[in-house]
Write a protein that binds this ligand. Structure first.
Ligand SMILES: Nc1ncnc2c1ncn2[C@@H]1O[C@H](COP(=O)(O)OP(=O)(O)O)[C@@H](O)[C@H]1O
Ligand SMILES: [Mg+2]
Length: 236
């Protein structure tokens, strides 16, 4: 028998609907998904397909109506809000379209912030921040604030921050949606290589078909359901 491997992320029979003004939208219906450490899943699909909803559920930011969400074998919603926040800091990294860096903090302070919040001593949090910024090519921008960086550089800081706590999984929602094509390639190359080196699973949401080639697997969502898709890099 093969050894049992705990999935980095597992959604079982997850349903999620939103209600606005009495109108109900079923976003995910009986949705199953599982991925292992070392996988890089690229989620594609039209606007409104439920891609961001999937990431919010996976990241413990939004609760499923039914079903279970487990990260590194732990049911995210079986614990209270405080424990969930601590679990998120240690096990999940996020990269957003608009970077979400703290404007008043330097690049290295932004990267080490998740560690500092988790009680890691300042000196080792800072060392991890410096190491990651060097690996994303920003070793000479450690003390720059976000406003003093380009979009591509800010997103490289955000990628470094997402990996700072050595999470099981990084969730990235349209991380290149606000970047030019050169910076997009740079950011996705870095995300892929750092995730490989750190053995971190990645879920990348994008509507950039070119990004599919970065993945080990594509998940094509239409109306909250998985649709057959081609191998990474293939034609639809
Ligand atoms: N917080 C929310 N409240 C109400 N409806 C929402 C909310 N978030 C998403 N939706 C709806 O759920 C559907 C899926 O949205 P989303 O997951 O953002 O899609 P995608 O990221 O694929 O564009 C859309 O119809 C959207 O309008
Ligand atoms: Mg979205």
């Amino acid at each position: 028998m093969p050894p049992h491997v705990t999935p980095a992320l597992e959604l079982r029979a997850v349903s999620k609907a939103y209600r606005i003004g009495g109108r109900r939208t079923d976003v995910l219906v009986d949705f199953d998904f599982s991925m292992d450490a070392g996988e890089f899943v690229v989620v594609t699909g039209p606007s409104g397909a439920g891609k961001s909803t999937l990431l919010h559920l996976a990241g413990g930011l939004d609760a499923p109506d039914r079903g279970t969400v487990a990260v590194a074998g732990r049911d995210v919603w079986s614990v209270g809000a405080g424990a969930r926040a601590a679990f998120r800091r240690r096990n999940l990294g996020f990269v957003f379209q608009f970077f979400n860096l703290v404007p008043m903090l330097s690049a290295v302070e932004n990267v080490s912030l998740p560690l500092v919040l988790d009680g890691v001593p300042a000196r080792s949090a800072d060392a991890r921040g410096v190491e990651l910024l060097e690996r994303v090519g920003l070793g000479d921008h450690l003390r720059h604030r976000p406003a003093e960086l380009s979009g591509g550089q800010m997103q490289r800081v955000a990628v470094a921050r997402a990996l700072a706590a050595r999470p099981s999984i990084v969730l990235a929602d349209e991380p290149t949606g606000n970047l030019d094509s050169h910076s997009s390639t740079e950011v996705l190359d870095l995300l892929r290589s750092l995730a490989d080196e750190e053995h971190t699973a990645v879920v990348l949401v994008t509507h950039d078909r070119d990004a599919v080639r970065y993945g080990t697997r594509e998940l094509h969502l239409v109306d909250g359901r998985t649709r057959p898709s081609t191998a990474p890099g293939g034609e639809v």
